[in-house]
Design a protein around this ligand. Structure first.
Ligand code: MAN
Length: 354
């Protein structure tokens, strides 16, 4: 696979971003939803911030209070035996391997704009900021689907009652309408197809079953993009491969002659995140036609291997120009990068299911 990583990578880093309040610092600008709007490429960044700490022995966890509409800062002692601080992303209760009690940073969505896809200018203010009780730990990893003149923006909404997928819409990237939670916890990695297929909207989603089942990709249908039903299991994990521990959709499905091409992420149990592809039937996207045996992009460059949470390439959006797939992707839960790939080459690289 020929992968052309931009020379300017990483394109946007935390250093480019002014925190949204003076007592905070930006530690991540990553996993951006991407869309073309008028003559610009918009990257809707997940900006992660945390309170500046003077005391090395204290961890501060910011939490949005939906009543007062203010952020509250919880302080935890690093030597508190009740908590496990070993994962930089979360604070767990001792003994808890999967879940978390608090996040170590607070994420919201902020716009970066570009005319050439290489140089980006960051808006001064947040674009989508937590606003209700399901978003108190922050909002993360947006994807953007344009349907006619509406841009649907959906993202993980994180709170003590779970991680679900909520949605806002905009026509102008100035004002938004909040539609509430569209997939209840635990669910992430929702992707709405850009057009109706045989009279119905389709979405990919990634529930995390607890008693039986794995974090795998499902597909659902809707008549209005707000209410989803007729859920089907679409794509599973593969033992011993790059997508053996968890998978989830990445970019909005790309319509090609051979089918709907979905760029998805897969991780191993040691949290190495790669990007691969799956091809779905054009007329019936619940049918898988082909899939990547090997990743189309994997963490190799320093900025992909090292960072806040290393060994992660994670795309939430691509821009397609003819045969060129400009895949924008978060690196190491820290910054944003872009790589160009050939659409034809991706399609030819897939293993077709007979
Ligand atoms: C995981 C990681 C974090 C994220 C939480 C909540 O632990 O993806 O980056 O903040 O889930 O979604």
């Amino acid at each position: 696979m020929n992968v052309y990583r931009y020379e300017e990578n990483p394109l946007v880093t935390p250093a480019h971003i002014k925190p949204h309040r003076p007592d905070f610092e930006v530690i991540g600008a990553f996993n951006a939803g991407v869309v073309k709007y008028k003559d610009e490429i918009i990257m809707l960044l997940r900006v992660a911030e945390r309170p500046i700490g003077e005391d090395q022995k204290i961890v501060k966890a910011p939490i949005y209070n939906s009543q007062t509409k203010e952020l509250e800062i919880f302080e935890l002692q690093l030597n508190d035996p009740a908590f496990d601080f070993s994962d930089p992303r979360v604070i767990r209760e001792k003994g808890d391997k999967q879940g978390f009690k608090y996040l170590t940073s607070f994420s919201y969505l902020r716009i970066a704009r570009s005319t050439d896809g290489h140089q980006f200018t960051i808006d001064d203010n947040p674009f989508v900021y937590p606003s209700n009780e399901l978003e108190t730990f922050g909002i993360e990893d947006p994807r953007i689907t344009q349907i006619e003149d509406n841009y649907y923006i959906y993202f993980s909404a994180v709170s003590p009652v779970g991680v679900g997928e909520s949605m806002v819409s905009t026509k102008d990237f100035v004002t938004t309408v909040h539609h509430g939670m569209i997939f209840a916890p635990e669910n992430k990695d929702v992707l709405i197809f850009p057009e109706k297929i045989n009279g119905k909207y389709y979405a990919l989603h990634r529930p995390v079953p607890k008693s039986v089942g794995e974090p795998e990709i499902w597909i659902a249908e809707s008549t209005n993009v707000l209410h989803w039903g007729n859920h089907k299991h679409l794509l599973g994990l593969r033992k011993g491969m790059w997508d053996s521990a968890r998978i989830g959709g990445g970019a909005v499905p790309i319509k090609t002659e051979r089918g709907w091409l979905e760029l998805y992420h897969g991780a191993t149990t040691d949290h190495r995140y790669c990007m691969g592809a799956v091809l779905l039937d054009l007329e019936n996207p619940t049918k898988v036609i082909a899939r990547s045996e090997k990743p189309i992009l994997e963490p190799e460059e320093d900025y992909e291997v090292e960072g806040f949470f290393g060994n992660v390439v994670f795309s939430c959006g691509a821009v397609i120009e003819g045969d060129i797939v400009k895949m924008f992707y978060g690196v190491a839960d820290t910054s944003m990068a872009c790589a160009e790939l050939s659409l034809q080459e991706i399609l030819d690289s897939l293993t077709y299911i007979k």
